[in-house]
Ligand binder design. Structure first.
Ligand code: EPU
Length: 419
């Protein structure tokens, strides 16, 4: 198993390019199930989760060729509408195939995802919404067994009481081939939902309102082959901004989706870090003291839960105390005890963490527990004096395109070693 070694205390300097967005490309790959021929996707990063999704599509009898930044998917001759436990347990986003399978093939057998490190994460809202479209859903041996009514899914009015990103995507995909109109209220407004809608539009779907909390989909008979270039990863960009900031350095990031990052920019600026936007480039300039800032995670356009751990790392060296409240996932504070091992001063009460800034972190061995927590530990290690070692980095590789290499190209003293 790989480990990452970091020798902290080196301000970052240089340029890095932001890769394609994991949380867009996962649903985009699932849209291939709806398509009546090949779907070509561009801006594909090297991520474990995308390889897992490709394997899942191949397991269903489809073609999923990943070649550098390009993926060519053809699920038009799918033979088995099944997402097995072995795959779903390693990647919860596998449940994104449920809506497309039901819409195009009238049936699906998808393993129920269990809980995961950051929370229980049920998919009850996805299932309830598909039932409103006429699907019959049974649970059998840990699997969701879903069947569309004769004649296919029917358009429906669906209200999500809790904002759900993959739930909105699943339903939006299912509705593209349903009979009649579907109206989703309480829809997620995340940029990844918008990008998924745009790819579906390129395939001939009829969707409006994406990016608002009411998405309207009019079913069509068929989605055509298309090519689509995925948006850049706003969370990777945010992570690199936080890395430059915590190291007290300067970085030029290329291919940054500014509009998707407004809440993050606002908090980073409040923390005393300069951000200069120019086309799709962003110059990050840190160096002065980091000011302590409070955050509350919220669905988009609020501060993203996927940036909470990285922002907390930055706050460990803040000038006062920062209050960080996590409202999306009940257990997304696994990084707290690891950050405290570097000398951070973080106390927790329920869904709130109080981060009292310290003058100095010191390097230590740490263990990654989930994707974003891994990134936060690496960021803290960049600021710490002395060496740190981060183990279980397979979490990191699920969702970052070699973050260690990007940080090394920005001058960080970081290397990956085999155990
Ligand atoms: N929820 C339910 N029932 C459901 C669906 C969601 O109770 O049927 C709850 C969840 O347990 C959670 C809240 O609703 O408390 C929001 O969860 P959501 O469904 O929005 O999360 P998700 O769609 O499973 C996506 C991202 C996550 C990101 C969240 C929130 C993908 C593949 N995953 O998950 O990304 O944290 O939205 O923005 O898009 C990550 O990249 O590190 C990551 C975890």
């Amino acid at each position: 198993m790989d480990k990452i070694l970091v020798e902290g205390g080196q301000p970052l300097s240089g340029e890095a390019k932001v890769s394609g967005a994991k949380n867009t490309i996962l649903p985009l790959m699932a849209t291939a199930i709806l398509c009546d021929g090949p779907l070509i996707l561009g801006n594909i990063p090297r991520l474990k989760d995308l390889v897992t999704m490709a394997r899942l599509l191949q397991h269903m009898g489809g073609r999923a060729d990943m070649d550098g930044e390009r993926a060519e998917l053809d699920l038009s001759s799918l033979t088995s509408p099944v997402a097995p436990y072995e795959v779903v347990k390693t990647m919860r986003a596998s449940s994104l195939v449920l809506g497309p399978l039901l819409a195009r093939h009238g049936e699906a057998r998808v393993s129920l995802p269990g809980g995961c490190a950051i929370g229980a994460r049920p998919i009850d809202l996805h299932l309830k919404a598909l039932e409103s479209m006429g699907a019959r859903i049974d649970l059998d041996g840990g699997y969701v067994v879903a069947r569309a009514p004769a004649g296919g899914l029917k358009g429906a009015r669906i209200h999500f009481e809790t904002v759900t990103v993959t739930g909105t995507e699943n339903l939006m995909m299912a509705a593209t081939l349903a009979r009649g109109r579907t109206v989703i209220t309480g829809a997620a407004r995340e940029p990844e939902v918008v990008d998924t809608a745009q790819a579906l539009l390129a395939m001939g779907a009829r969707i409006s309102g994406h990016g608002t909390d009411e998405v309207i989909i009019d079913g069509v008979d068929l989605l055509r082959p298309a090519s689509y270039w995925a948006m850049p990863d706003r969370i990777e960009a945010g992570t690199l901004i936080a890395a430059a900031a915590i190291s007290g350095g300067e970085a030029l990031l290329r291919g940054v989706p500014h509009a998707a990052l407004e809440a993050v920019y606002s908090k980073i600026r409040e923390a005393g870090v300069e951000l200069h936007e120019d086309d799709d480039n962003l110059l990050v300039k840190a160096g002065g003291p980091i000011r302590s800032v409070n955050i509350v995670t919220q669905p988009h356009p609020g501060f993203p839960t996927d940036m909470q751990a990285q922002f907390m790392a930055l706050m460990t060296i803040g000038d006062k105390a920062s209050i960080i409240t996590e409202t999306i996932f009940e257990n997304r504070f696994m990084h707290v005890s690891e950050l405290n091992r570097l000398g951070a001063d973080i106390t927790m009460e329920g869904r709130t963490a109080v981060v009292s800034g310290v003058r100095r972190l010191s390097g230590a061995p740490m263990m990654a527990t989930d994707l974003r927590a891994s990134a936060s530990l690496i960021l803290a290690a960049l600021a710490a004096h002395g060496p740190s070692e981060i183990s279980r980095v397979y979490h990191l590789d699920r969702g970052y395109d070699r973050l260690d290499e990007k940080l090394a190209s920005l001058g960080a003293r970081i290397k990956r070693v085999k155990d």
